[in-house]
Design a protein around this ligand. Structure first.
Ligand code: T4K
Length: 371
């Protein structure tokens, strides 16, 4: 008997191929492939409109955008951040010669815990880099309050948070000094690879635009040691097309989220993260926590899924603070990070993506319900 097709934690949302052809024809005919071409200009504006922001700069990916965001604000010394994220968050600090200082997370949201930030501030601290994990908004007001009192910058890693709104019903990426988005293939809105920095005024956008183009201000002037962070016309054109399908994709994600929640209710030992509420989530991930009460350990459950060709993921295990380049830091010690350590050992992200079929969800749920 043939095995059912594998199910991955995510599958990129792709528009019908024929819809992309006219975009490609335009690129082929005008022969502008990159360096701020027409699709790049259009996508920056379209994303500003969609997200409800004024200033956005496209990037080749989220990681280069994070590295550049830190450069743009000339962040040095120490930056307070979360160990419970994808490794790119802390790597962006190391690439800038900045020391990450890990602070524990809130047990309900799994985001950086504002109540623990102040104790980690030293004279070297210059900024806070929180992450809206799984697209759920951080406690942005509490974080801004601390930043204001200690004169710190705030750079949000908003890689997961496309289209999310905060408690005041503002685009979540308007918080902090800068917010960084990822448009990687695995994200809610994807341009294959891509990313963006959302900033607050035209002056900083101009500076960021220079930085992503080697520091060039004009043909003969290089104002800063910039990098090549430019998004190509191919990716930008794809972004324009993806935007036409994004609302439909988000609605389907929301249905899947609701169905999982309903079916998982009352299973002893499995906990869903609190529903952040409509518009406050983009349903980018469906994380569950496997408690001691559940008959299987998290890793035994993970393996059980693998054996059935279902590739659930342990985002975020191991913690960033466990990787060799971070584990020697005093703040990386597990005693400093009990909540994050427990979450990393209990977390499992279930498949969620617009094309996930009901029958595939049933396969996933069956394995959870009958361990
Ligand atoms: N900050 C945060 C908080 C982030 O989560 C990320 C990225 C970043 C910063 C950096 O942004 P970027 O520089 O990436 O723009 C994936 C993604 O590569 C990464 O973008 C993402 N976070 C992270 C959470 O997940 P992996 O190593 O788990 O990806 P991979 O290749 O194992 O893909 C997961 C599953 O998705 C596969 O099992 C199958 C499916 N898949 C994947 C790709 C790439 C497809 O079906 N097609 C595809 O093309 O990191």
């Amino acid at each position: 008997m043939s095995q059912p097709a594998p199910i991955f934690v995510t599958q990129p949302h792709l528009p019908p191929l024929e819809e992309f052809v006219p975009y490609l024809e335009k690129i082929w005919s005008n022969k502008i492939l990159t360096n701020g071409g027409p699709f790049h200009v259009q996508l920056e504006q379209a994303l500003c409109d969609y997200l409800g922001v004024e200033y956005l700069s496209l990037f080749t990916n989220g990681t280069v955008a994070l590295v550049t965001a830190l450069q743009a604000l000339r962040i040095t010394g120490e930056v307070i951040t979360t160990p419970y994220s994808f490794v790119a968050t802390a790597h962006s600090l190391l690439w800038n010669g900045i020391k990450p200082v890990f602070v524990d997370i809130n047990p309900v949201t799994l985001n950086l815990d504002p109540a623990r930030i102040e104790a980690a501030i030293t004279p070297q601290t210059t900024a806070i880099m929180p992450v809206h994990v799984y697209g759920h908004p951080c406690d942005v007001d509490a974080i801004q309050d601390i930043a204001d009192r200690y004169n710190l910058k705030v750079i949000y890693d908003a890689a997961h948070a496309f289209g999310v709104r905060d408690a005041k019903d503002r685009s979540v990426v308007l918080n902090g000094d800068l917010s960084v988005l990822s448009f990687h293939a695995t994200k809610v809105f994807n341009t294959f690879e891509g990313g963006a920095i959302v900033c607050r005024n035209a002056k900083i956008k101009k500076h960021i635009d220079h930085l992503k183009n080697f520091g060039f201000v004009d043909e003969v002037t290089v104002a800063a040691p910039g990098i090549n962070g430019k998004m190509s016309e191919f990716n930008a054109a794809l972004g324009m097309l993806q935007l036409q399908h994004i609302d439909q994709a988000l609605a389907r994600r929301q249905q899947i989220d609701a169905l999982y929640r309903e079916r998982l209710q009352g299973i002893a030992g499995l906990r869903c993260l609190a529903d952040a509420g409509e518009k406050r989530s983009n349903y980018a991930y469906f994380p569950i926590l496997v408690d001691d009460e559940y008959p299987l350990s998290r890793d035994a459950l993970f393996q059980k899924f693998r054996d059935e060709n279902i590739y659930v993921r342990r985002y975020f295990y191991p913690l960033i603070s466990e990787f060799p380049m971070y584990r020697g830091l005093p703040s990386a010690h597990r005693d400093n990070l009990p909540v994050a350590t427990a979450a990393a050992n209990q977390i499992l992200c279930l498949p969620i993506y617009p094309a996930l079929e009901r029958e595939q969800m049933d396969r996933v749920l069956e394995l959870l319900i009958v361990p």
